[in-house]
Write a protein that binds this ligand. Structure first.
Ligand SMILES: NC(=O)c1ccc[n+]([C@@H]2O[C@H](COP(=O)([O-])OP(=O)(O)OC[C@H]3O[C@@H](n4cnc5c(N)ncnc54)[C@H](OP(=O)(O)O)[C@@H]3O)[C@@H](O)[C@H]2O)c1
Length: 346
């Protein structure tokens, strides 16, 4: 097969604040010949995640930073177009670390780049395997399990209109909790209450967001599904009840805050973890690969029964990935944010 040209992003420098064109260079390169034990995968959808921004920085994370000049790391779904690997047959649809590129050479010896073959026929649209049936849906499920809300308890989730938060709040509601979301803007708050069925939603852009949160949580907070960090987390800490639980999922407010002098104001209410005897559990979805099948199965049943709603923001064109990533930090999207890279071959 004549090899196509690859289009991809290489990380040239570590961003400070917004990702600039010079941080992430958009290039065309030839695709190398396939060696024994390799498969060529064409990316069809690429997931854009807050953690993409963490991987670009030198922050000590749960995975090493992307090396300078390497192809940008990213999770995608794709189709195997040519294969010298028995486990990845040509034509199959796969999910894994495709990177921010149109074509990915999947080498069997590269564990970080291991791929999962998706079921045939596909039970749901391809891109859902990056969202509600992928890592963000699983993250929501795991965090709710850790927070373990009881009927009548108050459950608060930040980034509530986003990929993880929208699912987490609905799962907590199904357990009988009083669910309060926090989202950016009146329209997102309307969506969270009217369409997702949360009991209330606080607009984090409103001047009185602290008052809104206090009014929405008159009995205090029992579970904080924490996605934001920063001043939102600090205010929540000040309202936790004795024995509260915090599934610490993310701290998106910190991810593009690279100026150590200006940022990281800290959490003055941290002492409430002690005073209220709070259980805080940091968790990372990729530590629970052994449970992915079970959890995806449960979410798939809820989707089929119509008891769980999800939304996706699909942006066309890999060349738009860099600018679109920046919109995560201005709260530009609703539900799971994915880039459509191409159409499958029939
Ligand atoms: N632990 C894990 O394994 C795991 C896995 C996946 C994701 N996560 C974490 O889960 C969180 C949500 O991820 P996601 O993929 O579902 O993304 P998302 O919620 O779809 O997008 C991020 C949202 O965060 C909000 N946000 C941005 N800057 C903020 C700030 N300064 N303060 C408060 N909120 C801000 C914005 O929503 P609004 O403008 O509406 O507030 C934005 O849309 C992130 O912290 C992510 O790192 C963790």
């Amino acid at each position: 097969m004549a090899h196509p040209t690859n289009r991809l992003y290489r990380l040239r420098s570590r961003p400070r604040g917004k990702v600039r064109d010079s941080d992430l260079e958009w290039l065309e390169e030839p695709v190398a010949d396939l060696a024994e034990g390799q498969a060529l995968i064409r990316t069809l959808y690429l997931s854009l995640d807050p953690t993409s921004r963490v991987w670009m920085s030198s922050t000590r994370g749960y995975m090493p930073p992307v090396e300078l000049n390497a192809v940008m790391r990213g999770v995608g779904v794709g189709q195997v177009v040519e294969s010298r690997r028995d486990d990845l047959p040509a034509g199959s649809f796969v999910q894994g670390f495709t990177g921010w590129q149109e074509y990915c050479l999947a080498d069997a010896s590269d564990l970080e780049a291991s791929f999962t073959v998706l079921p045939d026929p596909l039970p749901a649209p391809l891109h859902t395997f990056l969202g509600v049936l992928g890592h963000t849906g699983i993250t929501a499920y795991l965090g709710v399990e850790i927070g373990d809300p009881e009927p009548g308890e108050t459950f608060v989730v930040s980034a509530a209109a986003g990929a993880v938060g929208s699912i987490a709040g609905q799962l907590a509601k199904q357990r009988g909790a009083q669910v309060v979301g926090i989202a950016g803007g009146a329209e997102k708050c309307r969506y969270v209450v009217d369409e997702l069925g949360f009991d209330a939603c606080v607009d984090r852009h409103a001047d009185d967001w602290r008052d809104q949160l206090d009014k929405a949580t008159p009995l205090g907070i029992d579970v904080d599904f924490e996605n934001a960090g920063g001043k939102i987390m600090d205010h929540i800490l000040g309202r936790l009840n004795v024995g509260a639980r915090i599934p610490l999922c993310g701290m998106v407010a910190d991810y593009n805050n690279d100026d150590e002098e200006a940022g990281h104001a800290g959490l003055p209410n941290l002492n409430q973890l002690l005073m209220q005897r709070v259980q805080l559990t940091g968790f990372i979805v990729s530590d629970h690969v052994d449970r992915f099948g079970e959890i995806i199965g449960k979410i798939a049943v809820a989707l089929e029964e119509g008891t769980l709603r999800y939304e996706e923001t699909v942006v066309e064109g890999l060349e738009n990935a860099r600018d679109t990533l920046n919109t995560i930090f201005s709260g530009g999207s609703r539900g799971k944010l994915v880039i459509k890279v191409g159409d499958p071959e029939s």
